[in-house]
Design a protein around this ligand. Structure first.
Ligand code: BGC
Length: 873
């Protein structure tokens, strides 16, 4: 277990980053700080990453040919609305290399037509179906490719969902790092198998909307804010919770990572050298490029040195200010020696390596849509008064049979049945009443509000940049009406949430009354009904509790459908015996109504499981959104550490209303015959074998710097207002003096590349030995009921006792969804890797495999994993 001196140096850094040293008092003396780590690791040095090495060979051959300005064009966006996509890089016309089109969102091609609006990440997680996770990625990839986008700005695995009210939790796969990691990685594979670059976002610790950006929140009235919030976290939590899913996505080969708006341990995420240079590019061995969130870049040289590779959308400190931090400024920084030329070369090479990695050199990718207008013919650069005009929208139908299948299947499989006292499935006869606006169409149509910034009618998605236009929206009313017709039933409805008496009288004397309530959230691009992105509370919107109570008072068979972005507080009525069933429809996309009707009528047995915990009281959760500023630089201390969601409830013995992993079915399953064993050849040493040393660092011709005069704006190219060009003005060119000591470099600044990775690094995702399978588990599952259905067999583990290390009572470490006919059985198997069984040690800055007895718990929820086994390491 002896570690080298090199390791001990890292040890020190690791402890420092932890930074849990007292409470924060003021913005000027933050208690939590982030250690500086330099230099930015050069890409293309992981000796075992063969796909990436091939891509780097091609990228180096390409970048070798580039001039300084051409390299800069790869790194800097052309400005907001200065091209068809939400992000557009500069071009290299000399080599016929067109702009890279980077487009939102994780749920579909944003700002386009003839695209799908896929179920959100959280709905996808609720299916617990790996095949669907991959297929959704594939279908998304196909649509982005059909629209001519090089990169999709997704999947999102941050926010993790530390606080249940967090506005963008629904974009990701829920507050369980293991589940986020599997879903994120399968999404990346699906997307990139189509030749589209995936972007893992948001790195890192972006857990709430409030105070994410200064100007934005000044706009919301917090005039004294001086810095975005800082998520303050210890190093173990950072690795075991928040960085965990990124490791899986990097292992899956993700092309790009987007750094976030917030600060982490008081260092801005897009210039946090510990996060980018150490965690991402060294420990996680990331070979692609880091792009800033839109406006998330807060410095020029500092961000370059700290590992940022691409700035988006290219403008500077203020939104669309035409005053870039890179572009010409990056050229100047290289010319005057502040940014070493190898850093610029590495940025360009990383971008091109990602491009080759997914095979874009074999494709013709030209955007055939424009984000800023649906007109066929229009302005190419809409913010420029002198913009050229051209055909900007070809209205290409990007949808495929795969898309339709995926959107409908996930909509159905993501439905989570939480309560069923016989209310469901509905009998195919009799009378139904539907109550509440969420049963019916949004009054202004599915896309009546920009970025879906409203909650009127059926809720299939949250709001913000994580959305796309609906091609159509199947409402529950429409889907249920069709079934009612087909089954000779009768249907009444009242869609007015405020008309409690009217709804009650519509519901009275009906065989079943189905009440639709909602809870919405989104990105703080907008405040919706007073919610600035984050939900103000966990209660149903539009007085949903009152509606349920009014209907349940008159109808003994009241079924509640909750169209929601996450957990809601149902305590006002959940135990009401007239509420006979409760179904969660978690942001299920364009086919949400179809999914709801399929389950209500029993055409499919529900098989979704909660990808988060539903508490009895909001205060039962470990953390809540910081809605007020603790200081002018808001400090958010993650004092709960690794114990978020069910791990917190388990640790503190708090009974949730419904636990993580929970969901009912119309049939019954029995799980049995659980066995666990250590793999024969497993290397069960405390630390993984050292990863191979890095390949030699390769540099381009470092001594060559062009004369500044040669970078002056040429006279013979058009110059559009607000377009970010890389060229220098005459004045700038005249004032360049090379002095590579002039910049006030941060402490610890170095230009010397390491010869070996950190102990936990060495390949994409981390030390390859972390994925060695050390133990296996198997279990049987039988459908003991009377109908076909799906069950999610879940594997949780407990750790041996280790002095001073607090482990979760249970940690999810495997899940498999199995569909079985009544009476059938299957066997499921799980692999437990070194990483699955290790914890992050802040002293050695490495994963440590504890020795002793590991408990194995298999079942169908985090609190019903009652089939046990164990193994010893
Ligand atoms: C969001 C990102 C998004 C970007 C581009 C930002 O405000 O945080 O998730 O990809 O905008 O629209």
């Amino acid at each position: 277990m002896a570690r080298s001196l090199f390791l001990r140096v890292l040890v020190f850094c690791g402890v420092l980053l932890g930074g849990v040293r007292g409470k924060t008092t003021t913005a000027t003396t933050p208690s939590y700080t982030s250690v500086p780590v330099y230099p930015a690791p050069l890409g293309g040095r992981n000796s075992q990453d063969n796909d990436w090495l091939d891509a780097y060979d091609k990228a180096r051959a390409f970048v070798t040919e580039l001039t300084l300005l051409e390299k800069i064009n790869l790194t800097t966006g052309t400005g907001w609305e200065m091209g068809p996509c939400v992000g557009n890089t500069g071009t290299i016309p000399r080599l016929g290399f067109t702009s890279l089109c980077l487009q939102d969102s994780p749920t579909g091609v944003r700002y386009a037509d003839y695209n799908s609006l896929f179920p959100a990440g959280l709905a996808t997680a609720a299916t617990f179906n790996k095949e669907l996770m991959y297929q959704r990625g594939q279908a998304l990839g196909k649509e982005f490719l059909a629209k001519g986008a090089n990169a999709i700005l997704g999947p999102a695995v941050g926010p993790m969902g530390r606080t249940p009210e967090g506005g963008r939790n629904w974009e990701t796969f829920g507050p369980e790092p293991y589940l986020q990691g599997i879903a994120g990685a399968l999404s990346v594979l699906g997307i990139q198998d189509q030749g589209v670059m995936a972007t893992a976002k948001h790195f890192l610790l972006y857990e709430q909307e409030h105070f994410r950006q200064v100007a934005e929140f000044q706009g919301f009235g917090w005039s004294s804010i001086e810095a975005p919030y800082s998520s303050n976290v210890d190093d173990r939590t950072l690795h075991e919770v928040y960085a965990w899913p990124f490791a899986d996505m990097i292992r899956a080969g993700v092309a790009s990572v987007m750094c976030s708006y917030n600060m982490a341990n008081n260092s801005q995420a897009c210039q946090n050298s510990y996060l980018l240079n150490r965690v991402l590019k060294d420990e996680l061995g990331f070979q692609g490029f880091v792009m800033s969130d839109w406006g998330g870049q807060r410095s020029g040289v500092a961000s370059a040195l700290a590992g940022l590779d691409m700035t988006m959308p290219g403008d500077g400190l203020s939104w669309a200010d035409d005053n870039p931090l890179w572009g010409p400024q990056l050229a100047l920084s290289v010319l005057n020696g502040s940014v070493p030329i190898w850093r610029l070369d590495d940025m360009a090479t990383r971008i091109m390596a990602a491009y080759y990695k997914v095979g874009q050199d074999q494709l013709t990718i030209e955007p055939n849509f424009q984000s800023w207008s649906f007109d066929t013919y229009g302005a190419v650069y809409p913010r420029s008064y002198d913009t050229p005009y051209a055909t900007i929208n070809k209205h290409v139908n990007a949808r495929s049979a795969l898309s339709s299948n995926v959107t409908a299947t996930i909509a159905t499989e993501s439905m989570v049945l939480l309560k069923n006292n016989g209310g469901l499935p509905l009998q195919a006869y009799g009378s139904l009443a539907l109550l509440g606006s969420a049963a019916g169409p949004p009054p202004l149509g599915p896309n009546g509000c920009e970025n879906l910034e409203c909650n009127n009618g059926t809720l299939g998605m949250g709001w913000g940049s994580g959305t796309a236009n609906y091609p159509y929206l199947v409402t529950p009313l429409e889907a249920i009406n069709a079934k009612v017709r087909a089954n000779s039933m009768s249907l009444a409805y009242n869609l007015d949430d405020d008309d409690l008496d009217g709804c009650a009288s519509t519901a009275e004397n009906m065989d079943a009354a189905i009440v639709f309530i909602t809870s919405d959230s989104g990105e703080c691009l907008a405040s919706v009904e007073g919610n600035i992105g984050d939900r103000n509370d966990l209660y149903a919107w539009h007085s949903g509790d009152d509606l349920v109570k009014a209907v349940a008072a008159v109808n003994t068979n009241t079924i509640v459908v909750v169209e929601t972005v996450g957990a809601i507080d149902m305590e006002a009525w959940i135990e009401n015996e007239n509420v006979t069933a409760v179904l969660y429809a978690i942001v299920a996309g364009q086919d949400v109504g179809t999914g709801i009707a399929e389950i209500l009528f029993g055409d499919s047995s529900p098989s979704g499981k909660l990808p988060f915990t539903v508490a009895k009281n909001t205060t039962d959760y470990p953390a809540s959104v910081a809605y007020t500023m603790s200081s002018t630089s808001p400090q958010i201390n993650y004092t709960e550490g690794i114990f978020i969601d069910y791990k917190h409830f388990d640790k503190n013995d708090i009974t949730p209303r419904y636990e993580f992993g929970y969901g009912l079915s119309y049939t019954t399953f029995e799980i049995s015959d659980v066995s666990a064993e250590v793999v024969d050849s497993a290397n069960i040493s405390t630390y993984a074998d050292t990863a191979p040393a890095y390949l030699d660092a390769e540099y381009y011709n470092e001594t060559y710097l062009p004369s500044s005069n040669s970078l002056i704006y040429p006279d013979d190219i058009p110059r559009y207002e607000y377009f970010i060009y890389p060229y220098l003005t005459v004045k700038q060119a005249l004032n360049v003096y090379y002095n590579d000591n002039a910049y006030p470099y941060p402490n610890g600044y170095s230009t010397e590349q390491a010869s070996s990775p950190s102990p936990s690094g060495g390949a994409s995702g981390g030390n390859p030995a972390l994925w060695d399978v050390l133990a296996t588990v198997s279990a049987s599952v039988s459908n003991t009921g009377s109908v076909y259905g799906g069950e999610v067999v879940q594997l949780y583990i407990s750790y041996p006792t280790v002095t001073d290390i607090d482990f979760p009572i249970r940690s999810l470490r495997g899940f498999e969804k199995v569909f079985l006919d009544a009476g059938d059985s299957a066997t499921v198997g799980f692999n437990l890797t070194r990483r699955d069984l290790s914890y992050w040690d802040v002293i050695t800055s490495d994963w440590v495999l504890p020795s002793g007895e590991f408990g194995v718990y298999v079942g169908n929820s985090s609190r019903n994993a009652v089939n046990t086994a164990s193994f010893e390491l």
